[in-house]
Structures are given as structure tokens and as C-alpha cells.
Write a protein of this length. Structure first.
Length: 621
């Protein structure tokens, strides 16, 4: 009877070896990022991964374990268990595909495959394929074939097709069954002491890539899928609610409610251009990059530049909500998944529509993607133009219309729009897979060259757009607002997901409607993308009290700060210091001044209070 237990042991060894190989490949793919990490620390990844690997294996073993216990009491001496090999093969192929998806997602997002990625793939399969077009195809196929081949080899060596049982007393079989169930539960839970197993049990290093490698990919995905559905409980309770309330209240209290008016009128037309992935690092003014955005750099010197603005998130869905609704990010969550909550948010379009503005939204892609359309249609945009409203034989990317066509369409229709108008345009071309209607200015050999080339193209479109807009009668009475939807790891590839530079974006107010004495002025206080709403409405003398997360950047008494978050963590930055924190590993990831212990603790508390309060409001919506 005890010989038959070797079957379960072999089952565990098979999956632990598969997870070992999967993890080894992940580390090899990103070995350049580990060049300065001691080899001993890198190898420790495999040790710290064991608990989650065992937990995941125990989940996979539930069906074989139940079958084993049944066979134990059946009285059969020999059983054909070829179905276990088929069961393993199905999981092997599925997990191999997941592994390939994981390392490609990690390259783009800096996080492991999670519920957001799966939802993206199923809700928008075409867009997911387009995003994946910039992935290394040959490497992906090689890894897929390698994992499946090695897995099949291990299975033939370790998993038998026949199982034999020796005759034994029923009490012994009962005891053995209980022990198997107890140990299975122990592995699933991660032991019997303390709290149940979490991702943080695999965290051990200051190098986040090693921590992420140690977390079992499949276990992490399942936890993410289960957690994603929980919108009734705040997962980010760090502080006493009263303390969190007071900290946030103090951030937004100003000594005086005052505004520096930079416009010649309080009823200008407003055109807001949200630029895909237009990170500060693309520009010469903010990123010291030459020749990529010459026209936008010129705008920054001719308009009003806010040069220390940070996006609260790293994806377009979060950038749109931040820019247009003044609502921050929810770390691993996203409010766009919940249209019934999203429609309760305030919006610039709603405020302006109530004050006599004619509103419109222009986008070259599919507006239903990530529930953009749900937001647009529930916030008083009177006209929506997306890829479905374009006809003709003009060149298109997989995503939809190139930026040039969208700018031209907006310009054409604004010429007949009743004033004052508020029009939003979301660009598209500077998005993977970075295709263009013509030649790539900086080459097409890799993602960096392609990204710089599409950014250069978008920059040229903005320049042509403004030159043509100058010919329109409404131009002299129009405020143009240019802002990126989020930052990006490209083109410099030196900004980790927890680094503040990953979120640094340009924000420019531009137009003849700006008073001459303010043209070329630069505001260098730390600010957030969510502050656009209160800042704009302050210039228009329209109340902004509904935008409780947005602050007026042209009020000299506004406190300078920004909050940002990603799937696993959050950051807080002000004029003196920036600190970022990992919500899973419970550790500080980035600290611009680690010698200031008091300042560090203060900003960590502010980051925690901010996320705690934002999520609590999300639940209440």
C-alpha cells in the first residue's frame, strides 16, 4: 500500500519541476536586469518559491488525491490511471501558454499575468492580439515548445499508467487517507500557523523582479481572479479610518481659495488632447531626448507648462478617468470595469455641458474598448466619433484610424460647432505594435525605435493640427490642453513600475486665449493628472467641489503632491521626497531620501491613507 503513495510523490515532483523550469526561463529572459544582483540571491528565488509552488501543486492534486482514496477503499489490486497523464497534459499545455503570456505581459506592464490581463483578452481579443504584436514571436514560440517538450518528457519519466495496491487493514487505509487529506490541506494553506498563504510569503528581495519570479504564476492568477470580484470589501485598510480621513483632509486644505487667472476670458473653447503613452522621457524639455518631439517641445516653451506632473496609473483606462473625471487609481482594481460606479463620477464634460458648452469626443479606435463608451455617454458628451464613423480607403492600424485622420476629422467638425465648445481627442498611434502609415523615422528594428518613431509621427500630427487650427475663426478663443494618458517604460527602459519617473508626464496649456505674460511660464510644483479638472474649472469660474480628489494648480496655496499606483503597490511624491510601497511584500521599493526616516514614514502614511480612502469611495459609489 505504501508503495502506491509513490504515485502522489511523483505527481508533486512533476509539477514542482515544471514550476522550477518555468521560473528558470523567466529569470533567463530578464537576466540583464539582474546583472548587479549576486548569484546567491538569484538562486534563493527557487527556495522562496516553494511554498506557493507546493500550494498550487496541492490544488492540482485534489482530483488525483480523491481518486487515490477511492481506489484505496475499492479493493482493486491494479488500476489503469492513464487519465492522470491526460489530465496533466491538458494542464501542461495550458500552463505553458500562460507562461509565455506571463513573460510578455511582464515586459509591458511590469506585473505578472492577472485578472486584468485575462479580462482584456476575453473582452477585447482583437486589441489583445494587437498589443501582443510587439512581443518577440520567435522567443515566445521557442519557450512554448520547450516547456511542453520538457513537460512531456518529465511526465513519461515520472507518472505511471498503472497503479497497484497491496492488501491492508481498513483502519490503516483510513488513517492513511486522513493523513493525505491533512497534508494536502496543509500544502494548500501554506502551513497551519498564522495566516493562510499569500503572495508576500514568496517576497524576499529588494529586487522586485526576483520577488515576482518567486510568486507562482498560476497561483497568482487564480488569487487575482478571485480578488477581482470583491468590490464590497476594502483590501487596503492600513490606518485607522479617522486618521486616514484627517491625513487626506489636511492634504487638500488650502490657506486661501485663490486662483491665478491666466486666461483672457472665462468662457473659452476648450480642446483637450490626451496623447497615448506620451511620457515625459520622450521630450527634450523633460526627458533630455533629442529630436523625437520637436514641435511639442516648442509648445512647452510657448504655453504654460506644468513640468512635474505624474499620472496616477500606467494604463489608458486609468489615464482617461484621471484626466476627465479627476478620479485616482485603485492599485490592482480599475473603475472602468464597473460602469454602474463609473457613471456616478463627476466629469469635466458634465460640468461644462451644464454651463452651456457643446461637447464632443474623438477617438480613432473602438470606443467600447475598456468601457470608454460607457464613460463618454454617461457624462454629457453630445457627440462621439470613433473608428466606426470613419469611411474611405485611408490607411489604418489594427487599432483603427491613425492620429492624422482623427485630428483632421475633429478640425473639420469644430469649424461648424457652436461656441463655446469642449472637445476631447484621444490619440492612438503611439501604442504597441507601433505601426505607421509611412516610414519609421528612427527605424523599425526594435520596440525602442518603433516607439520613438510613432511618437515623432504623433508630434508631427499635433503640429499640423495646430497650424490648420490657426486658420479657423474659433482659434483665438480656444484653450488647448495637452496631456499624456500615462507614462511608459520606453524609450529609456530604465524606469521600473515602482519608479516615479515611470509616471512622469507632460501637461501643457496652450493658445492665444492665454494672457501674454503667462506664455512660456513654467510651474514646477509636483502635481497629478487628476488635478486638470479643478485647475481648468478654476479658470472658467465654475465650481469644482464635486472633484474632491482634484486640486487647483493655479492656486498659489495648493499643496504640491501626487499619488500613483500599480497592481501591487502605490507611491506618494511631493516637492521634497518620493516613496513607493509594495502592497504585497509590505516593503518600501523606492525612496528618494532614505536618510529622512520621519519624512519617509509620513509619506508612506499619506500613500496608504490615499489608497485606503480612494478605494473606500469606490466601494460606496
Amino acid at each position: 500500500m505504501f508503495r502506491s503513495l509513490i504515485f502522489l510523490l511523483r505527481f508533486y515532483i512533476f509539477w514542482l519541476l515544471f514550476f522550477f523550469i518555468d521560473r528558470l526561463i523567466f529569470l533567463l529572459i530578464y537576466h540583464k536586469k539582474l546583472a548587479m544582483v549576486p548569484l546567491s540571491e538569484t538562486m534563493a528565488t527557487f527556495y522562496h518559491a516553494l511554498l506557493l509552488d507546493l500550494s498550487m501543486t496541492a490544488y492540482l492534486a485534489v482530483i488525483p488525491v480523491l481518486g487515490f482514496i477511492f481506489w484505496l477503499f475499492s479493493g482493486w489490486k491494479s488500476i489503469n490511471i492513464k487519465w492522470v497523464s491526460i489530465y496533466n497534459l491538458v494542464l501542461l499545455v495550458l500552463f505553458s501558454i500562460l507562461s509565455v503570456v506571463n513573460f510578455n505581459i511582464y515586459r509591458e506592464w511590469g506585473t505578472k499575468v492577472n485578472a486584468k490581463a485575462i479580462d482584456f483578452a476575453f473582452s477585447s481579443p482583437g486589441e489583445a492580439l494587437a498589443s501582443g504584436a510587439s512581443s518577440p514571436i520567435a522567443l515566445s514560440l521557442f519557450v512554448l515548445v520547450l516547456l511542453i517538450t520538457v513537460g512531456v518528457f518529465l511526465q513519461k519519466r515520472l507518472i505511471p499508467n498503472q497503479l497497484s495496491f497491496e492488501k491492508s487493514p481498513i483502519w490503516l487505509r483510513a488513517v492513511l487517507s486522513i493523513l493525505i487529506i491533512v497534508f494536502s490541506f496543509m500544502f494548500i494553506r501554506g502551513g497551519f500557523k498564522g495566516s493562510p498563504i499569500t503572495q508576500s510569503m514568496s517576497y524576499f528581495s529588494e529586487e522586485q523582479l526576483l520577488n515576482h519570479a518567486a510568486v507562482n504564476t498560476e497561483w497568482n492568477l487564480i488569487r487575482s481572479l478571485l480578488s477581482e470580484k470583491m468590490t464590497r470589501q476594502n483590501p487596503y485598510i492600513y490606518l485607522d479610518p479617522k486618521k486616514a480621513d484627517q491625513l487626506i483632509q489636511d492634504l487638500y486644505v488650502t490657506e486661501k481659495d485663490s486662483t491665478t487667472h491666466i486666461l483672457t476670458t472665462d468662457r473659452p473653447n476648450v480642446v483637450m488632447v490626451i496623447i497615448e503613452s506620451f511620457t515625459a522621457d520622450l521630450t527634450h524639455t523633460l526627458g533630455n531626448e533629442e529630436g523625437i518631439t520637436p514641435h511639442f517641445d516648442s509648445l512647452m516653451h510657448k504655453g504654460v507648462l506644468f513640468d512635474r506632473v505624474y499620472s496616477p496609473g500606467s494604463r489608458t483606462d486609468k489615464g482617461i478617468i484621471a484626466s476627465l473625471a479627476g478620479f485616482p487609481t485603485l492599485a490592482a482594481g480599475s473603475i472602468v470595469r464597473y460602469p454602474e460606479k463609473m457613471q456616478k463620477l463627476p466629469a469635466i464634460s458634465s460640468s461644462l455641458a451644464k454651463n452651456g458648452y457643446h461637447t464632443s469626443f474623438y477617438y480613432g479606435g473602438e470606443s467600447e474598448f475598456d468601457n470608454y463608451k460607457a464613460f463618454i455617454l454617461s457624462h454629457h458628451y453630445q457627440k462621439l466619433i470613433d473608428k466606426n464613423n470613419f469611411s474611405g480607403n485611408a490607411p489604418k492600424s489594427f487599432w483603427g484610424q491613425y492620429d492624422e485622420a482623427v485630428f483632421d476629422r475633429q478640425l473639420q467638425e469644430l469649424s461648424t460647432e457652436k461656441q463655446p465648445f469642449y472637445s476631447t481627442l484621444l490619440t492612438l498611434t503611439n501604442h504597441e505594435p507601433y505601426t505607421l502609415p509611412g516610414k519609421h523615422k528612427f527605424g523599425n528594428a526594435n520596440n525602442v525605435e518603433q516607439f520613438k518613431s510613432t511618437a515623432y509621427y504623433t508630434d508631427s500630427c499635433i503640429n499640423a493640427y495646430l497650424n490648420n487650427a490657426k486658420k479657423q475663426p474659433w482659434y483665438n478663443n480656444t484653450l488647448f490642453i495637452f496631456v499624456a494618458d500615462h507614462g511608459h517604460v520606453l524609450p529609456k527602459q530604465n524606469a521600473d513600475i515602482s519608479s516615479p519617473s515611470r509616471y512622469h508626464i507632460p501637461l501643457v496649456f496652450f493658445g492665444e486665449v492665454i494672457k501674454k505674460e503667462f506664455r512660456g511660464k513654467k510651474y514646477s510644483n509636483v502635481a497629478s493628472q487628476v488635478d486638470i479638472a479643478a485647475t481648468l474649472l478654476g479658470q472658467l469660474n465654475i465650481p469644482a467641489k464635486d472633484f474632491n480628489w482634484s486640486k487647483n494648480l493655479l492656486n498659489p496655496y495648493t499643496k504640491p503632491f501626487a499619488y500613483f499606483s500599480w497592481d501591487n503597490g502605490m507611491g506618494f511624491i511631493d516637492n521634497q521626497q518620493c516613496v513607493t510601497f509594495d502592497n504585497v511584500g509590505k516593503m518600501t521599493l523606492f525612496n528618494s531620501n532614505d536618510k529622512d526616516k520621519e519624512g519617509t514614514e509620513k509619506r508612506l502614511d499619506l500613500a496608504k491613507a490615499y489608497l485606503q480612502k480612494v478605494y473606500q469611495q469606490f466601494i460606496a459609489l
